[in-house]
Structure formats: structure tokens, C-alpha cells
Design a protein around this ligand. Structure first.
Ligand SMILES: C[S@@+](CC[C@H](N)C(=O)[O-])C[C@H]1O[C@@H](n2cnc3c(N)ncnc32)[C@H](O)[C@@H]1O
Length: 378
């Protein structure tokens, strides 16, 4: 079954529309939603057709009637607070009040009208896989509506110089071509352990999604940065204050790089650590060519600092929003909010566009096209 019509999708929790950017031009967004004013403005600024399909507001206020037709895909990057290891872990089992269930009741309503999306992707932090009964609750919700499903843990670092592991649950009502099942580099230990914890009736609906290993990444953090003379650097005193916050191991690594005389670029975050029973603030830098995971800025310490060591000199500065956008795989033309904190908020909450593209090319598009060798559908 080959098709010429564009593939259609709904994008819930759309933020700055990064799932849409990853899906690409061959997909048509027929509905998108987010309740955050800055995210909504960013979405509108980047997608000329937003007036046709973007609805700003709480997902709980939407009705099935707001969603046109029957979509090939519903994408939901629901807020990570539902599952985040860093958050309170209220989780899905905390009740049906979470934003996720605001989305899910729409999927149930569509199904009751015979308009269930053919595929659903739920993207979230990897805490979803380990969050008590939440992963099971999610799989049970999918199973109740007749979906079969499987999860992949995709780290944006496979495509971009940013460490950003995320889980993507891909669910389908369609028959699954045999060619789409098998091994994938993204069936990680966390995924396998989460699958192994499922009760038998849910495990029976599991799909081990297959996919080719992506080509080797051809960029590192340094390659995405602005030229040294085009940015504002911290004062030497501020850089020294950061270095003073380093634990001995981190400090020794910095000293060694400094002594080497070579250029090295690292991403640094300040974190609270408990040492000898006392909470202390530490500056932790990595020099493996990757930025640390971009986060939603909540106060100064959650913004990533860059440390550049060159010819024995150490300098530091904040990562710019544009550099952050590059670390998410966004095009240079992507319009960011003017205020840096707002821009970093949009970016830090987003999904890395190349990870979405990989999923679309390896699973979603072949699945929706259908393929000759088809496993028996349930
Ligand atoms: C993890 S972010 C997803 C961002 C998006 N994938 C992107 O690439 O920019 C979650 C989004 O859900 C939105 N959100 C949270 N609760 C919501 C609700 N009740 N109704 C609508 N949107 C909500 C937030 O504003 C945020 O943009």
C-alpha cells in the first residue's frame, strides 16, 4: 500500500515545534497544541501555517471535535514532570490529572468515533522507563485502545554533540511489517528491563522496533560554537570562581588539559552534591566533545557554561541560545524568542530534531507505507 497523500499528524505539547521539524516536509501538521504563551509565540513565528492548525490552551480544554479527520500519527512530548527522575515523580499512577491523560482522553474519544490515529509516539525522559508503575500504566492505556507498542531509548548524541537520552514509545494499530522488527541500537538496557517488567498480556503486545544504526556523528561541541571573538566571555575572576567549585577529579582533568597547551572545549554545569554528608555546590565539566543535556533554565545554575582551554589559558562563558538551537539540530533560520532565558526554555524543553527524523525514516514512514512481508496483525 503505497500512498501519495502527505502523511498527517497531530502534535500535542508542541512547544517550539521540534517534532514537526524532525518529521519534515513530507508530513502535514493538521493540529498542534501547547498552553505556554512563549512556546506558542515561537511556534507561530516559525510556522507560517500555524493560524490554520495551532491552538494555544490547556490540553484538558480540547475536545475530539477540535481534531480534524483521522491522523496517521499523534505525537505527544508530554511534560517530563510526569515522569522525570529529577522531579517529584508524581507519575502517571498519581492519577488521571496529569497532562498526559489530558491528551490520552482525546485519543480515547477519537477511537470511540472510529478516528484513532494509526500511530502514536510518546516522547519523554528516560525516567518514564523506571518510574514505578508508570510505564506499565502507559502500556496498559495503549493496549486498551488496541495498540501494539515498543520503546526505544535514543540519545541525541548519536546525531548531535549533546548528551540527551530520551525514550520514544511507538504504538501502532497497523499490521507491522516483519522488516520493521528485530534489533536496534536503541533497545537499551533500560528498555529491555522495562519490557521485562510488563505483565504477560502487555508484553504480548510488545514490538521490538528495528532500525539501522545512524551514521557516525560528524560534529563535536567545538564545531557548533560561535567564533571566540564574537562572544562575551566571563571575567577571569568569574572563571576562577567556577574552577574553585570543581571537585578534585574534575580539577585535575582541567589542569591536565591546560598543561597540554592544546585547545579543548567543555560544557559545564553547576550541581549540588552531597560530600561527607554536606551539600556542596560543584562545577562539573565534560571534555568528551559533547555538551551536557540542555535543561530548562530555572535560575542561573541550570544554564550551561562553556569552558574553553587554549594555549594554557582557561576562559568561560555562557552557552548562547543559538548554540543551544544547533545542539538540538534546529536550522539557523529557526526563530528564537529574543530574551535568552525564554529562548533557552524553548530549547531545553524540546526534542532533538534528528532523533525524530531517524524515527520517521526508520519506523514511522515504512510502517505507514506498509511493506510486503507483514506479520499477522492481532
Ligand atoms: C517536554 S515539552 C515538549 C516540547 C516540544 N516537543 C518541543 O519540541 O518544543 C512539554 C510541553 O508541554 C506543554 N504543556 C504542559 N502542560 C500542558 C497542558 N496541560 N496543556 C497544553 N500544553 C502543556 C509545555 O508548555 C511544553 O511546551
Amino acid at each position: 500500500m503505497s500512498r501519495n497523500a502527505p502523511r498527517t499528524f497531530y502534535e500535542f505539547f508542541a512547544g517550539g515545534g521540534m517534532a514537526r521539524l524532525g518529521l519534515g516536509e513530507a508530513w502535514t501538521c493538521v493540529f498542534a497544541n501547547d498552553f505556554d504563551p512563549v512556546k506558542s509565540a515561537t511556534y507561530r513565528a516559525n510556522f507560517a501555517d500555524a493560524a490554520d492548525h495551532f491552538r494555544q490552551g490547556d490540553v484538558w480544554k480540547l475536545e475530539a471535535a477540535d481534531l480534524p479527520g483521522r491522523a496517521d500519527l499523534a505525537w505527544a512530548s508530554s511534560p517530563c514532570q510526569d515522569f522525570s527522575l529529577a522531579g517529584a515523580r508524581a507519575g502517571l499512577t498519581g492519577g488521571r490529572s496529569s497532562a498526559f491523560f489530558g491528551f490520552w482522553r482525546l485519543m480515547e474519544a477519537l477511537a470511540s468515533e472510529g478516528r484513532a490515529p494509526r500511530t502514536i509516539v510518546i516522547e519523554n525522559v528516560c525516567g518514564l522507563l523506571t518510574s514505578g508503575g508508570d510505564f506499565t500504566a502507559l502500556c496498559a492505556a495503549l493496549a486498551d485502545q488496541g495498540y501494539r507498542f515498543g520503546a526505544l531509548e535514543i540519545d541525541a548524541a548519536r546525531f548531535l554533540p549533546q548528551s540527551r537520552p530520551r525514550v520514544f514509545v511507538v504504538a501502532t494499530l497497523d499490521p507491522v511489517p516483519a522488516a520493521l522488527t528485530g534489533d536496534s541500537p536503541f533497545q537499551t538496557r533500560l528498555v529491555r528491563e522495562a519490557q521485562a517488567r510488563l505483565p504477560a498480556e502487555l508484553a504480548a503486545r510488545w514490538i521490538w522496533w528495528r532500525g539501522a544504526a545512524p551514521a557516525a556523528r560528524n560534529s563535536d561541541l567545538a564545531s557548533l560554537l560561535e567564533p571566540d571573538d564574537a562572544v562575551t566571555w566571563h571575567t577571569p575572576a568569574r572563571t576562577q570562581a567556577l574552577i574553585a567549585l570543581m571537585a578534585p577529579l574534575h580539577r585535575a582533568r582541567l589542569d591536565a588539559l591546560q598543561a597540554s597547551g592544546q585547545r579543548a572545549v567543555g560544557g559545564l554545569f553547576r550541581r549540588m552534591r552531597v560530600e561527607h554528608g554536606v551539600r556542596v555546590q560543584r562545577a562539573e565539566a565534560r571534555f568528551d566533545g559533547l555538551a551536557g543535556c540542555l535543561r530548562t533554565p530555572r535560575g542561573g545554575s541550570s544554564r550551561q557554561t562553556l569552558v574553553v582551554i587554549d594555549a594554557g589559558e582557561v576562559r568561560s562563558r555562557l552557552l548562547s541560545p543559538r548554540e543551544g538551537a544547533r545542539l538540538m539540530g534546529l536550522p539557523e533560520t529557526y526563530q528564537l524568542p529574543k530574551a535568552a532565558t525564554s529562548a533557552l526554555h524553548v530549547i531545553g524543553d524540546g526534542v532533538a530534531a534528528p532523533a525524530v527524523r531517524w524515527l520517521a525514516a526508520n519506523i514511522l514512514e515504512p510502517l505507514l507505507e506498509g511493506a510486503p512481508a507483514v506479520l499477522a496483525a492481532e
